[in-house]
Design a binder for this molecule. Structure first.
Ligand code: HEM
Ligand code: HEM
Length: 175
């Protein structure tokens, strides 16, 4: 049970590519809202929305890839860690899909179309409703965002624990 020999079986190229581009898109989307909060320029809120919707498309493709590609055999670890790992991976997938959907619905119920980098627009296909816009705003900036932070911190802490405490080379599987 506590055999910690390294297991170098990697995730498929597609899974690794999906993983790192998702992380980069999340970082960019967050950077845009950070710049908007601090510089108060409409350029950044527009880019926040366009990168956020791009992450939604990316995550949909990632889920499809996840269904069709085989995961490498899990690294040997205690059962509770295994369960926590599976739960947090599932949560990260769900949250990275829920977050842009909430953002999109907030904008659309607020009566605002979303411009995708000037290439095309997502039109207001719902009947604007201030109450619903406020509800999705609350979820977007409150519960969903807090959970993304919590699970991402846990995820990176777990990766560092594997790397530097257990030394089982887990990060090499996703590199
Ligand atoms: C995974 C993708 C996304 C992440 C991680 C994200 C994250 C955030 C964060 C952290 C805030 C600021 C919260 C605060 O300052 O209190 C925010 C605000 C906002 N987001 Fe997103 N967002 C994403 C996608 C989207 C999308 C797709 C849209 C719309 C199409 C959107 C529209 C907005 C708007 C309008 C605000 C300002 C809300 C306000 O100031 O009350 N977001 N987002
Ligand atoms: C420095 C940043 C990061 C590191 C070092 C890292 C490391 C890893 C590692 C080692 C795995 C594979 C675990 C295994 O083989 O059992 C993994 C998987 C995963 N990571 Fe990350 N990660 C990082 C950032 C992120 C971010 C920002 C997110 C999303 C918010 C994320 C979401 C995921 C998900 C959902 C999986 C599961 C993959 C699957 O089941 O398809 N990671 N990560």
């Amino acid at each position: 049970m506590n055999n910690t020999h390294s297991n170098l079986t990697k995730w498929s190229f597609a899974s690794r590519f999906f993983h790192w581009i998702s992380a980069i898109l999340l970082l960019i989307t967050w950077t845009m809202i950070f710049l908007y909060d601090n510089l108060d320029s409409n350029l950044y809120i527009g880019l926040h929305k366009a990168f956020g919707v791009s992450l939604l498309f990316w995550m949909i493709a990632r889920v499809i890839n996840r269904i069709f590609t085989k995961a490498p055999p899990a690294v040997v670890m205690p059962k509770w860690q295994m369960l926590l790992s599976q739960l947090s991976h599932f949560a990260l997938y769900a949250l990275l899909i829920a977050m842009p959907i909430a953002g999109l619905l907030m904008s659309l119920y607020g009566g605002r179309p979303v411009d995708m980098f000037g290439v095309f627009q997502i039109p207001v296909f719902v009947t604007p409703d201030r109450g619903l816009a406020r509800l999705f705003n609350d979820w977007h900036t409150g519960i969903i965002w807090s959970m993304i932070i919590a699970f991402t911190v846990l995820h990176i802490a777990a990766a560092l624990y594997h790397q530097f405490v257990k030394k089982d080379n887990l990060i090499a599987r996703i590199k």
